[in-house]
Design a protein around this ligand. Structure first.
Ligand code: KIV
Length: 273
């Protein structure tokens, strides 16, 4: 990345130009101000305030209980920390499914109240009309196909999608449908790499993979997973741990507690005369 690119705010057209140039797109989740600053300064192109915050911030088993108010609260904090990256607010379960009116109203809240520049929602043909109407209001939409976690109860668990010919055909068709409805990009989650490659070749909008192989136009991970912020191993095979922050944080907190008990904290340097 050159100096000019480091300073210029990423827009949906930057992302589409990157696909045209064959340049890989980077995306990570973030849910708070300090993390957004780190991710932004590291040069990540897009920050997704994912409804995965239900799992990694709020401690739920699924993303289903996450509310619009949870999402607005966290997206505001992220947008304050992101100067360069494109910030995308994830529309939570039942904020867009019941009616197009709800969907437009809630998508609008992300842009008006938080400072996000785009929204993401899950689904293919069944949400095509909703995507079109939100885009018609001037709100960029990222689509999400394959393993869509809000439908976990329908899938019967977190399983790889698109393994049969029929399922693969449906995901490929849905990718074209959401593109035609005006989505500026599409997340492909947990599908075979060969299917993701085929879809990526067939679309003019970028694909962002998570568990979808190396041939997508970009990649996304949940930041808590790649930083190793939980003690237990991440069950999803596609996650690569880039460090072990759980251990580092625990060691620091234990040291702090030991130093209080032994009377070595606070020392002279951390006290006033
Ligand atoms: O909610 C989320 O973090 C997501 C990504 C995993 C794509 O949807």
């Amino acid at each position: 990345m050159n100096e000019q690119q480091k300073l210029t705010k990423v827009s949906t057209s930057t992302i589409q130009d990157m696909k045209a140039r064959g340049e890989k797109i980077t995306m990570l989740t973030a849910y708070d101000y300090p993390t957004a600053i780190v991710v932004d300064k590291a040069g990540i192109d897009m920050i997704l305030v994912g409804d995965s915050l239900g799992n990694v911030i709020l401690g739920y088993d699924t993303t289903v209980p996450v509310t619009m108010d949870d999402m607005i609260h966290h997206t505001k904090a992220v947008a304050r920390g992101a100067n360069r990256a494109l910030v995308i607010g994830d529309m939570p379960f039942m904020s867009y499914q019941a009616s197009v009116t709800d969907a437009i109203y809630n998508a609008g809240r992300f842009l008006k109240e938080t400072g996000a520049q785009a929204v993401k929602l899950e689904g293919g043909r069944e949400v095509a009309d909703t995507i079109r109407k939100i885009v018609d209001c001037g709100i960029p939409v990222m689509a999400h196909l394959g393993l869509t976690p809000q439908s976990v109860h329908q899938f019967g668990g977190f399983k790889v999608q698109g393994r049969t010919d029929t399922a693969a055909k449906k995901i490929s068709e849905d990718a074209k449908i959401v593109q035609d409805a005006g989505a500026f990009a599409v997340v492909l989650e947990c599908i075979p790499a060969s299917l993701a490659k085929k879809i990526t070749k067939s679309l003019h909008i970028p694909t962002i993979g998570i568990g979808a192989g190396v041939d997508c136009d970009g990649q996304v991970l949940v930041i808590h997973d790649m930083l190793g912020l939980f003690e237990e191993a991440v069950p999803r095979r596609f996650v690569k741990k880039y460090c072990d922050l759980y251990d580092q944080m625990k060691t620091a907190v234990e040291k702090y507690a030991d130093e209080i008990k032994s009377g070595t904290f606070p020392d002279k340097d951390h006290s006033f005369k």
